[in-house]
Design a protein around this ligand. Sequence first.
Ligand code: HAM
Length: 426
Amino acid sequence: MDIKAVRGTRDILPEENVKWHYIERVVKNIFPKYGYMEIKTPIFEKTELYIRGIGETTDIVEKEMYTFLDKKGRSLTLRPEGTAGVMRAYLEHKMYVTSQISKLFYIGPMFRYERPQAGRYRQHTQIGAEAIGSANPFLDAEIISMLITVFERLGLQNLNVQLNSVGCRDCRPTYKAKLQEFLTKRQDELCEDCKSRLTRNPLRILDCKVPSCKAILSEVLDISDFLCTDCSTHFDLVKKYLDQVDIKYVRNKFLVRGLDYYTRTVFEISYENLGSQNAVAAGGRYDNLIEELGGPPMPGIGFAMGLDRLVLALDDQKVLFPKEETDVFIAMMGEETVSQTFSLVHLLRKKDIHAEVLYGDKNLKSQISYANKIGSKFLIIIGDNEISRGVVTLKNMVTTEQTEVNFYEVLGVIQDELVKMKSKKI
Ligand code: HAM
């Protein structure tokens, strides 16, 4: 068959899924302790939501959306990110009426028509969190610290936390105008993309990676000199709280992020060894977004981490993921033993014991080598000879001790042995 996965998409095979599940388990353990509950929103939304939410002049909306018409001619888009959909759900269900603060998290695929490369896919998966209802810088520092707690728990080190404030709708326009004025004088030196950004979205020029643009940016004015008193105080407090709990960060005056909804705090966490696509998580405050989508004035903040990149970073750091362990493998020998084996595995699994068998008529040697390969803790051998005597052979694969046990007692013996093994481990 010559049909392959679509460019920029990939299969997550079972070995990698072990890692995904582990990350999800860690997240699902930590997030609720900060008050976040899971929300699931549809994978596609009305295109208009993203245009209004993310911003018409962003790369995502201009170039990267998977937009299509449904059978009734309505324009729909596969979600390129999670925040807009969560805000839509927040408004649609009027969560602000029943709750003073809504803390929501989500896990799911996002779709962007970007040029595929290592760590950048057209379908990628994000784990995101959004907190709506407070403008307090406490929340900014708390959400960053939650993210760091997740990374620490996963064992991910060598992270670089970058922080900036992009101001608010009162102070940002002055900076934008100054920036525009400065860059217009130097527009001949800008790359083609930035020339067009100059009138439509000049702030985006700040994080352009083209060397000629970067050279000009070293001379550019710092947004922190233009922040209004409220934004400046807010940013100082975020930094103070992070310092208090010893979270290291670097202030990056060029960090503006590629989505238009941000106000005040923005942040990005990167793992250097991943090359050019090294951001493993990013986010920021969006105090006007809900209002812009037609809701009440309601501040919010959030982030999303890229699960695909997180796995790459953890692999790079050779972090070991806990594997599902096989408790017992049952080798069956001969036609007569199949139905007994079926009953035994059924009973073992009912008691929450991980039992495996090989269904084909493999010889004993290859069944035992399979038991070894999967690292089973116990091996049970059931042959015609054993059946006629009402026993099975039970081998502890760790100590290599081997005994004969009554067929009806083997379940209890294994349960006891597993408990003993567990207590020794502890
Ligand atoms: P974002 O920076 O566009 O932010 O994406 C968040 C994370 O998703 C990135 O840091 C990266 O790890 C991962 N990611 C993004 N694009 C790709 C891709 N093409 N391939 C692989 N991984 C990717 C947002 O999406 C915002 N909604 C985050 C947010 C939530 N801000 C506030 N709340």
